[in-house]
Structures are given as C-alpha cells and as structure tokens.
Design a protein around this ligand. Sequence first.
Ligand code: TMP
Length: 238
Amino acid sequence: MERMYEGKAKIVYRTEDPERVLMRFKDDATAFNGQKKGAIADKGRVNAGISAAVFRYLEGEGIVTHYLAQPAPDELTVRHLTMLPLEVVVRNRAAGSFSRRLGIEEGRAFSAPVVEFYLKDDALGDPLLNRHHIRALGLAEEGEADRLEEQALRINELLRRYFAARDLELVDFKLEFGRAAGELILGDEITPDTCRLWQVGSGERMDKDRFRRDLGGVEEAYQEVFRRVVPQGEKRED
Ligand code: TMP
C-alpha cells in the first residue's frame, strides 16, 4: 500500500478508494515536539482500539467523525479528510502547558472549560493562536472557528461523561478536524496520547504524562485505559 504520510504516532496509507485511507497506529512515542523519543509497548493496538471505541460512541451521539472500521487491531479505516492545520484543545482543569505558561498549579478547576487553538507546525513548535490569527492567516473559513469551538465543547461534554463512567476524569484533550464533501469532520485519534485522564479519587495519571514525565508504569496505564474502554469479548474487528 502507498504511504501518504507518516507522523510521530501513525502512518496513513492510501486505499483503492480515494475517499478512504488506512491509519496504522505505531508504538512510537514522542514528547516536547519530538525532543523526547521512545516507544510504548503495544500502544498501536491499544490506541487504535480506544480511538475506534470512542469514535463509535461519539457517532452514536450525533458527532460526525472520520471513523469507518477497524480492519486490524492496530488499524482504522477512516474517511480521507483534508485536515485543517489546527489543533483544538479543551481543558477542564489546569495542567501541562497551561500551568507552565500561566503559572497556575496543576489540577486547578475552571468555572467553565477553556478552548484553545494551536497552529500545527513542528518547526514553530505548534504556537497558540486566537481567532484573529486564524482569520488573518486564512486557516479556516469564516465562521468555522465558531463551529470548531461549539463542536469541541459538545465533544467535551460527551467525553467527560464517557470517561467518568470508566472512573477517569477528562482533564484536557486535543482534537483535529478536516473537511470532506464540504463538511467539517472530526479526525485524527482520541487516546491517552491526546487526552489527560486522571484516575477518579487518587488523581493518578493514566495517560502520556507518565511517558513525558518519566513516572513509570506507562504500558500498564495504557492497558488499563484500554480495558475500561474496550471491554473483554467486545474485540470487534470490522
Ligand atoms: P498541553 O498541556 O501540552 O498543551 O496539552 C494539552 C492536551 O493536548 C493534552 O491532553 C495532550 C494533548 N496534546 C496532543 O495531543 N498533542 C500535542 O502535540 C500536545 C502538545 C498536546
């Protein structure tokens, strides 16, 4: 199969159908814009399975996603999107770059979720953008920034509920959107690489911060999230 694109955590292949692509999830892990490199054993399978389950849930709640099928444990077939060069981050508590940049202790709760936009540009280190920047740079069409924010907030409500039912608090997460047939569609992945998930009660980190911060128990945390999201026996491959 022809490789269209290789990122830090996934490879995207063309298929015979120009409207579909195949995403293969890798065990590779990077942090801090690629400065830290490593691997998380079995992450490809775990993240593909978690993404598939989360996308199916969101579809059931009326969110349009790129998800089509999971042909293998570490692969998803998805709609071929033209991606917006943006990352949309939603935060329910201060953590990570928010805490660092603004000097706020990690874990401080917000009265309302915070939505942020970042430019996807590794050479620039994915800088923070506001709506004026998005408009000035022509990164999205008129009104699309509003649509993205609305969608991200709706997805936040759905995902908070979904993870809370699995004893995980959704602290923050990153989304990427693209277009197909004029429609704005949720793409990329939703996994412990792209979400902060804290164990309800203890606050134990159950996400990529274990890798970023050398906390140990990285594989175990990913496996545990997988177990809670993809119950045994529900291993569908379609
Ligand atoms: P941050 O606190 O480092 O800005 O991260 C916010 C959220 O976005 C966190 O859940 C991790 C996720 N994220 C990505 O998925 N990709 C990235 O490149 C970065 C920096 C963060």
